[in-house]
Write a protein that binds this ligand. Structure first.
Ligand code: NAD
Ligand code: MG
Length: 394
């Protein structure tokens, strides 16, 4: 048997990080968590290090490096410790891993995701914000590095599984459309007027998936599906008109691929991210993930409906940004991150998230995506515009 894959789990203390470590721990002969990173959750990171014994632990906030070292020493864990944003990026490129699970939330994951792509290692992409922001740059980095990207986002992982031979060009594969399914979130079926007083806890109570708070709010506004449409466009080189969203409240069909001969292939499974993660870790092989078998007879009915774009305007805004091209998706993403953080902090009504995103898109017309430096500058400008709009609204 060959040596286990050495896996860097970026965002190890998060929801995807936890699911990844669960799958890794089930297969010690195949996988080993060799690098673990977190932002500020020093206690949780130390506990994970005690359990998984990585070679390197990185805490994003440099002020917490000493505390991490102390906690690890007290627990008798011997591993290298580093701190800071750049240390996370360096860990990805270094010799301590051959596989990178990019599971940091938001634009904060961009540099490490790009570094993973450039390194030629296997990149398991959960951090959708990085490909939304920098799709062309990420694809160029992947080509330069010569490594492989396996999508972890369940819809994209499903599409990957339904396409022939991994990552083909759609037109030559006879694909007509990609159909991304959406659960519809906790507010499916509600009208605008019913969403006025929504609290952060209500928005984060997702009916089917247990996830971090930012993506939970994105699921409630349908911005998550919008980001996924842009993600699918880049990952599979699909034209905006060849991507459709279908609401499917049971979240058992994770997405579909329609071919020109009328065949439609779908991937099904229980709504548990460990399936996509296990697929991406073991690909092209298959390993057990801990997810119970799907019992379709127990579910009985699968429903499908078109999304309500008038109520859930964020999905329409994402399509608009994708069609506008250039760095419009990066502007959309930055404005959304600021608006969602304000909503979670109690400083913005739920329905105003879309208003903020729309205003920032109007204020900053798209420019071409040139390099990371100019993109980061535009990301900063969009955040500033969003904060100003928030201040003026209050
Ligand atoms: P989460 O909030 O549960 O975890 C985020 C992780 O990122 C934590 O470990 C945190 O310490 C780390 N982090 C946050 N800010 C950071 C920073 N500035 N620097 C370094 N590390 C930082 O989030 P999650 O739900 O696990 O989602 C992670 C990513 O995966 C997101 O991009 C999300 O859209 C995507 N995703 C998640 C799910 C899911 O089921 N949770 C499904 C598909 C895609
Ligand atoms: Mg998804």
């Amino acid at each position: 048997m060959s040596k286990p894959r050495q896996i860097a789990v970026l965002g190890a203390t998060g929801s995807i990080g936890g699911s990844t470590l669960d799958v890794v721990a089930r297969h010690p002969e195949r996988f080993r968590a060799s690098v673990l990173t977190a932002h500020r959750q020093v206690e949780a990171l130390a506990a994970l290090c005690e359990q998984h014994r990585p070679d390197l632990a990185v805490i994003g906030d440099p002020a917490l490096e000493g505390e991490l070292s102390r906690r690890l020493a007290a627990a008798g864990v011997r591993c290298e410790v580093a701190a800071g944003h750049d240390a996370i990026t360096a860990a990805v490129s270094g010799g301590q891993c051959d596989t990178v699970v990019a599971a940091i939330v938001g634009a904060a994951g961009l540099d490490s995701t790009l570094a993973a792509a450039r390194s030629g290692k296997r990149l398991l992409l959960a951090n959708k914000e990085s490909i939304v922001m920098a799709g062309p740059l990420l694809l160029a980095a992947l080509r330069e590095g010569g490594g492989e990207l396996i999508p972890v986002d369940s819809e994209h992982n499903a599409i990957f599984q339904c396409l022939p031979g991994g990552r083909p060009e759609l037109a030559r594969s006879g694909v007509r459309r990609l159909v991304l399914t959406a659960s519809g979130g906790p507010f499916r079926g509600r009208r605008r007027a019913e969403l006025a007083g929504i609290t952060p806890d209500e928005a984060c109570r997702h009916p089917k998936w247990s996830m971090g708070r930012k993506i939970s709010v994105d699921s409630a506004t349908l911005m998550n599906k919008g980001l996924e449409v842009i993600e699918a466009h880049h990952l599979f080189q699909a034209a905006p008109d060849a991507i459709e969203v279908l609401v499917h409240p049971q979240s058992l069909v994770h997405s579909l691929v329609e071919y020109v001969d009328g065949s439609v292939l779908a991937q099904l499974g229980n709504p548990d991210m460990r399936t996509a993660i296990a697929h991406a870790l073991a690909w092209p092989e298959r390993v057990e993930s801990g997810v119970p078998p799907l019992d379709l007879a127990a579910h009985g009915t699968l429903q499908f409906e078109t999304p309500d774009l008038a109520t859930f305007r964020c999905l329409a805004l994402a399509f608009q940004a994708l069609r506008a091209g250039g760095d419009a998706p990066a502007i959309l993403n930055a404005a959304n991150e600021v608006a969602v953080a304000a909503f979670l902090a109690g400083g913005l009504p739920f329905l105003s998230i879309a208003d903020v995103v729309e205003s920032v898109l109007m204020e900053l017309p798209p420019q071409a995506v040139v390099d990371v430096r100019s993109l980061t500058e535009r990301d900063r400008a969009a955040r500033e515009a969003a904060r100003r709009i928030l201040r003026n609204a209050c």
